[in-house]
Ligand binder design. Structure first.
Ligand code: A3D
Length: 320
């Protein structure tokens, strides 16, 4: 059986890391696409040359021609510009919306059957626009944010409790950004929900609140340290987890920016929700019951996403 084909649209920091991870995990053959001439070709060759030492079987090709993504099974989109210190994700909207248009058209023409994972920011609005520009079914176009946000939450919690990250689960909802909603009562250490751990005296509510805030600011913390760009190792790893769930029909339960039409009382909006990812793409949006405080945080987050979507419609009249 032929190996799956993975097209990476954008060969920058995240794109290059995605290519390396996909090859090392032998998820399939990799095509790296970028408008910058030489960059995807150079990265593809460099990673291919790591193959003999690492011992993976995968071909890597760099290209500036959309025709080379033909028939891709998975497309992961990072094309666009990242944040610099002092910038919010929303500051990227105008530039990256134009990029989503060209990427959407490229995918529509050459890889219409792919499962598409968008990473470009501002995430919830860009994945919405990408779905419209590409015309692919909504269950095949999804945004990566929740896996990263919950990974950051899990990491900080594991430091606080001094336990393995493997035994910490975290649950986040809402848009990717300052209005993200971490759900403490569904986040656990060894199966024990966080509010119970506070009652048990293993941590305090103040410490938990500080961890939630650090999670919300997780992207900005890295931008502030790097100064020249944003996070790329953890974002790439998170998207690979989603791609693998699709390619291997794993039915993973992962938080993603998915098209929500009905659940949570939403009408056709991309926002971060728990989903099941398998061979059909987003196979299910899990509609959980929120308490009053959670609902009010979620509503705020949804409003922020709607504001960005409206801004996109104001820029490009072809968007509905
Ligand atoms: P960077 O290293 O700048 O790579 C972006 C690449 O896109 C560059 O190589 C560009 O040449 C290329 N590019 C620009 N325009 C086009 C185009 N029209 N077609 C094809 N390629 C193009 O950025 P990065 O890899 O660090 O980040 C990529 C995106 O991911 C940015 O928008 C970030 O803000 C975003 N990001 C999202 C998250 C989430 O959790 C959602 C996390 C981190 C970064």
């Amino acid at each position: 059986m032929a190996r799956p084909k993975i097209a990476l649209i954008g060969a920058g920091q995240i794109g290059g890391t995605l290519a390396h991870l996909a090859a090392m995990k032998e998820l399939g053959d990799v095509v790296l696409f970028d408008i910058a001439e030489g960059v995807p070709q150079g990265k593809a060759l460099d990673i291919a040359e790591s193959g003999p030492a690492e011992g993976f079987d995968a071909t890597l090709k760099g290209t500036n021609d959309y025709a080379d993504i033909a028939g891709a099974d998975v497309c992961i989109v990072t094309a666009g510009v990242p944040r610099k210190p002092g910038m919010s994700r929303d500051d990227l909207l105008g530039i990256n919306l134009k990029v989503m248009k060209s990427v959407g058209e490229g995918i529509k023409a050459h890889a219409p059957n792919a499962f598409v994972i968008c990473i470009t920011n501002p995430l919830d609005a860009m994945v919405w626009a990408l779905q419209q520009f590409s015309g692919l079914p909504a269950e095949k176009v999804v945004g990566m944010a929740g896996v990263l946000d919950s990974a950051r939450f899990r990491h900080f919690l594991s430091l606080e409790f001094g336990v393995s990250m493997k035994d910490v689960t975290a649950f986040v909802l809402g848009g990717h950004g300052d209005t993200m909603v971490p759900l403490a009562r569904y986040s656990t250490v060894g199966g024990i929900p966080l509010p119970d751990l506070v009652k048990m005296g293993w941590t305090s509510q103040d410490k938990l609140d500080a961890i939630v805030q650090r999670t919300r600011d997780g992207g900005a913390e890295i931008v502030g340290l790097l100064k020249t760009g944003s996070a790329f190792y953890a974002p790439a790893t998170s998207a690979i987890e989603m791609a693998e769930a699709y390619l291997k029909d794993q039915k993973r339960v992962l938080p993603c920016a998915a098209f929500v039409d009905g659940p949570y009382g939403l009408k056709g909006l991309y926002v971060g929700v728990p989903t099941v990812i398998g061979a059909a793409g987003i196979e299910k949006v899990i509609d959980i019951k929120l308490d009053k405080a959670e609902q009010s945080m979620f509503d705020k987050s949804v409003d922020a996403v709607k504001g960005l979507v409206d801004a996109c419609k104001g820029i490009d009249s072809s968007l509905k």
